[in-house]
Design a protein around this ligand. Structure first.
Ligand SMILES: Cc1cc2nc3c(=O)[nH]c(=O)nc-3n(C[C@H](O)[C@H](O)[C@H](O)COP(=O)(O)OP(=O)(O)OC[C@H]3O[C@@H](n4cnc5c(N)ncnc54)[C@H](O)[C@@H]3O)c2cc1C
Length: 408
């Protein structure tokens, strides 16, 4: 991609045909097409379009504008819950835009809008490089990165959003824009943590890192030992922990369903996960107090980087679920009857942690609507609203965590 010419231009979508690419509610493909990764979300948009290029994205935006409809971009639907009713909205499903380019010398990747993390992780590993992927192999690179992007390598290398080098997008008025450190600086700032309100991103370019393997896995204990294990874990995090080590304390209740492996099905555990990319002896020394507590299972071992994508045991196919913020991840709700009790449990944990809650929430882990926009400082939010007003004054592009245009 040339970076020297004009950085904003109309894509020229008027001659582009969307024939066969628009799925309307009376189409037999509609139910399959509207399905989000989170199967608990029953989204019913006015139309669904599967663009395969930036030109098709611009044509899809034009299609919506001609009909007075709004546009919502969706990669996987991992965070479709907060979108709300879509009766006035064209859903742009980007999952056919799957091109990846790795530049091993520059240590960068370019991923089109529909790429999921495992694709990048595997492509990068072929060149001895690692990406700032999250815990789940099939989360979309674009939604994750626009919302921040918290990786197991994040303590050392920062958020995925802060390692973006360029973003290509189509704006609400059909312009193709490439935003980077030298061009479209407001948009470049807004896209890195502001979410999907500013246009439909068609590709991202970002940094990769020279990491080929790490020491990772989990220490498992019976749930009854949660207080002592979590206190020992908290003690570890209070010490001199190198940036190469990320740990996670979790309470896991495995539902008694067939999809869960028999040894843990229907059981509850407290576990401490560890992901370390430095000297293994250092990890062993840091984890020694936790190992001294006698875990019933210790899976921490040296693995190649792509294995990191599976160790957190996130479901790797669409599932129904509900989740809550304050860094508390989703619990599965495999049947609708579980939504109420699981939501109640999430609320109970949040209430117990309330004394330590930060004012700010993390956008990617917010699976409900938050009109009060607790993801940004007041100053940042006002700047985001101003940028939204400049680029999309009619509020055509809607995000799961929307930013309304500033009043003129
Ligand atoms: C099982 C699981 C594991 C997770 N693990 C992590 C983790 O380790 N670290 C972390 O930080 N987060 C994690 N998350 C949260 C995840 O980052 C968010 O759910 C994120 O929004 C998912 O992005 P997506 O594109 O897959 O989802 P989508 O629901 O498709 O997209 C979410 C939003 O992103 C925006 N968006 C997506 N594509 C585009 C586009 N092309 N143009 C403009 N806007 C777009 C839209 O606003 C959209 O509503 C996890 C979530 C789940 C369910």
């Amino acid at each position: 991609m040339s970076t020297s010419a004009t950085f904003t231009r109309p894509v020229g979508h008027l001659g582009f045909s969307l024939d066969g690419k628009v799925v309307l509610p009376d189409d037999q493909r509609f139910d399959g097409a509207r399905r989000a990764w989170n199967l608990a979300v029953d989204q019913r948009p006015a139309a669904i379009i599967f663009p395969e290029s930036a030109t098709a994205v611009a044509a899809a935006i034009g299609y919506a504008a001609e009909r007075g409809l709004r546009v919502a971009a969706q990669g996987t639907g991992h965070n479709a819950g907060p979108l709300g009713p879509l009766a006035d909205t064209v859903l742009l499903r980007t999952d056919r835009m799957r091109g990846i380019r790795i530049d091993p010398q520059a240590r960068t990747a370019r991923a089109e809008a529909g790429v999921v993390w495992l694709d990048v992780v595997q492509a990068a590993a072929q060149h001895g490089l690692a990406a700032l992927a999250g815990s789940s192999p099939d989360v979309g690179v674009t939604g994750y990165t626009l919302g921040g992007g918290l990786s197991f390598l994040g303590r050392k290398y920062g958020l995925a959003a802060n390692n973006v080098l360029a973003a290509e997008m189509v704006t609400a008025d059909g312009r193709w824009v490439r935003a980077d450190a030298k061009h479209e600086s407001d948009l470049f700032w807004a896209l890195r943590g502001g979410g999907g309100s500013f246009g439909v991103v068609t590709a991202l370019e970002f940094r990769l890192f020279p990491v080929t393997q790490g020491c990772a896995g989990a220490l498992w204990y019976p749930i009854e030992r949660a207080p002592e294990v979590l206190h020992a874990w908290a003690e570890l995090t209070r010490g001199q922990v190198p940036d190469e080590l990320t740990t996670i304390g979790r309470l896991l209740n495995f539902p008694p369903i067939q999809q869960i492996p028999e040894p843990v099905r229907g059981q509850s555990f407290v576990i401490v996960e560890a992901y370390h990319t430095g000297d293994p002896a250092r990890a062993d020394a840091l984890l020694a107090p936790l190992r001294a507590l006698g875990p019933v299972n210790d899976t921490i071992t040296t693995v190649p980087m792509p294995a990191f994508s599976h160790l957190h045991m996130d479901p790797e196919q669409p599932v129904p679920g509900t989740g809550g913020g304050m860094m508390i991840d989703a619990s599965l709700t495999p049947v609708p009857e579980l939504v109420t009790p699981v939501t109640a449990q999430i609320q109970a944990v949040k209430a117990a942690l309330a004394p330590w809650a930060a004012r700010q929430m993390y956008l990617n882990f917010a699976e409900a609507q938050h009109p009060e926009a607790p993801f940004w400082t007041d100053h940042a939010y006002q700047r985001l609203r101003q940028i939204k007003a400049n680029v999309d004054p009619g509020d055509i592009i809607r995000s799961n965590h929307p930013i309304p245009p500033a009043d003129r």
